[in-house]
Design a protein around this ligand. Structure first.
Ligand code: ADP
Length: 484
């Protein structure tokens, strides 16, 4: 039941699209909150628009003219009489100016303060805040100026070194430097990509951890300094530093290490002054030493696996924390007795260097059945436009242990059918049967190391696409092309 504080919100503006907007609408419905969304030109018939209670046109399809135009989004929220704004992930979710603009307009921003968002958006400031809170961080060089600095650091700390953008995110633009002679060109590349992607050429370097696993902790914090963590997630199955498969809990951590890291996370969130939900990401080296890499001050794509094993709706908790409801949950109450896996279905063609794939979804069979969950932003007949993130659906399976969750995921993926666009489904099916994945023997290089084998699949015949092409040919020629 919604508590009295949550009732302060009658209408919520969801400043996002796709699966995360749809997933948030569902929580709103359960809480009796009316869900309002914005949409761009190409999204007028999108799924989030169809299932929302109200939808407001924001502007043209490019993100800067619609979903990322702060003035338009704040204005849409106010005009529709919303009391609060939920940013989701991507778009304006990590934009401190947006959080401030919402608050200045009298809207409750469902996320941390703009000061915390600004600090967490600057990787050097984050590392400092984490180090001050006693969290181990990767040795590195802040605010890199010259290639000579990298060479000296590489000699001292050992190669490889990784160069990253201070304002970076989404796993993009990082450059690995394996030896001194690569330093100059890697630095130039890193600066130019950072300028292009993040609007600032500021970069820093840190030691590259070989054979690392990406393990992160979800935490929830109220406005009164109370914090609990909801356990860890394993996100090592990545391509080009972008996650593709996530699971909870990680098979690498034992209870001792899990508890130790969890305590570190809670202490850090308290010292940062965090409110609502956030994630502290770590790399865990083969010797099980762990190092924090960043804090994500927003909901994450993979929050679902945590929800499935702890039985809590994280977006519902975020709404509660944002309106000032005290956190009643105690750490001892968070018990984890199951295992969940999530696969990201992206509109991409893995066989064509993962090129984005867009167009009409001519046929869609969603997954269903026991112990699976689908968070989807598409429907049969919809258009997948070229302007946005390629993630179209997330499939989650849960079981009493990891092998059961894997079996269920294989079954779910075998049912999930999308025609009209290329997706990562066949690749995900290959990952789910790969012996190293099944045995839990992997690190963040798993996909790169096994790519040719993982791409060795035969795609389902896309019958509808073939038939529609045939009809188009017949129409164009005015005769049956196969009859001559
Ligand atoms: P972003 O903020 O762009 O997502 P992160 O710092 O979170 O970047 O790193 C994303 C991924 O890049 C990690 O999960 C890991 O695979 C890889 N990575 C980042 N830093 C290092 C490092 N120092 N050593 C090895 N891999 C790294």
């Amino acid at each position: 039941m919604p508590d009295s504080k949550t009732k302060m919100i009658q209408k919520l503006f969801i400043a996002n699209r796709g699966e995360i907007a749809c997933r948030t609408i569902r929580t709103c419905r359960e809480l009796g909150i009316r869900a309002v969304v914005g949409y761009s030109d190409c999204d007028a018939l999108s799924y989030h628009v169809k299932i929302a209670d109200e939808a407001v046109h924001l502007g043209p399809s490019p993100v800067k003219l619609s979903y990322m135009d702060i003035g338009k989004v704040v204005d849409a929220a106010r005009r529709t009489g919303c009391e609060a704004v939920f940013p989701g992930y991507g778009f304006l979710s990590e934009n401190a100016e947006f959080a401030q603009a919402c608050r200045s307009a009298g809207l409750i921003f469902i996320g941390p303060t703009s000061d915390v968002i600004a600090r967490m958006g600057d990787k050097i400031a984050t590392k400092k805040a984490l180090a001050d809170a006693g969290v181990p961080i990767i040795p590195g060089l802040p605010r890199l100026k010259s290639a000579d600095e990298i060479v000296a650091f590489g000699k001292e700390a050992g190669w490889p070194i990784i160069i990253k953008a201070v304002a970076g995110g989404g796993g993009r633009g990082m450059q690995r430097v394996d030896s001194a002679d690569q330093a100059k060109s890697a630095l130039e590349r890193a600066v130019s990509i950072a300028e292009k992607l993040f609007g600032s050429g500021e970069v820093y370097a840190e030691k590259y951890i070989r054979g690392a696993r990406h393990i992160e902790f979800q935490f929830i914090a109220d406005a009164f300094g109370r914090v609990v963590h909801l356990g860890d997630r394993e996100c090592s199955i990545q391509r080009r530093h972008q996650k593709l498969v996530e699971e909870a809990p990680s098979s690498l951590l034992d209870d001792r290490l899990r508890n130790e890291m969890g305590q570190v996370v809670v202490k850090a969130a308290k010292e940062i002054g965090y409110v609502t939900a956030g994630t502290l990401e770590f790399l865990v080296a083969p010797d099980r030493r762990y190092y924090a890499i960043e804090v994500n001050p927003r909901i994450q794509v993979e929050h679902t696996v945590t929800e499935m094993i702890v039985g809590l709706d994280i977006i519902r908790l975020m709404i509660r924390m944002a309106v000032g409801t005290p956190l009643r949950l105690r750490q001892e109450e968070i018990r984890i007795a199951s295992h969940a896996i999530q696969c990201r279905v992206n509109a991409e063609d893995p066989k064509n260097d993962f090129a984005p794939s867009y167009g009409t979804v001519t046929y869609l069979r969603q997954v269903s059945g026991p112990f699976v969950r689908a968070d989807s932003g598409i429907y049969q007949g919809c258009e997948v436009p070229p302007f946005y993130d390629s993630l179209v659906s997330k499939i989650c399976s849960v079981g009493k242990d990891r092998p059961t969750a894997i079996e269920r995921m294989r079954r779910a993926l075998s049912e999930f059918t999308v025609w009209g666009i290329k997706t990562t489904i066949p690749l995900l099916e290959k990952i789910m049967v790969h012996p190293d994945f099944v045995e839990g023997r992997f690190d963040t290089d798993f996909i790169d190391d096994h790519l040719s084998g993982l791409l060795d699949y035969v795609e389902d015949e896309d019958e509808i696409l073939k038939i529609s092409r045939f009809i188009a040919e017949v129409t164009a020629l005015g005769k049956n092309p196969y009859s001559q």
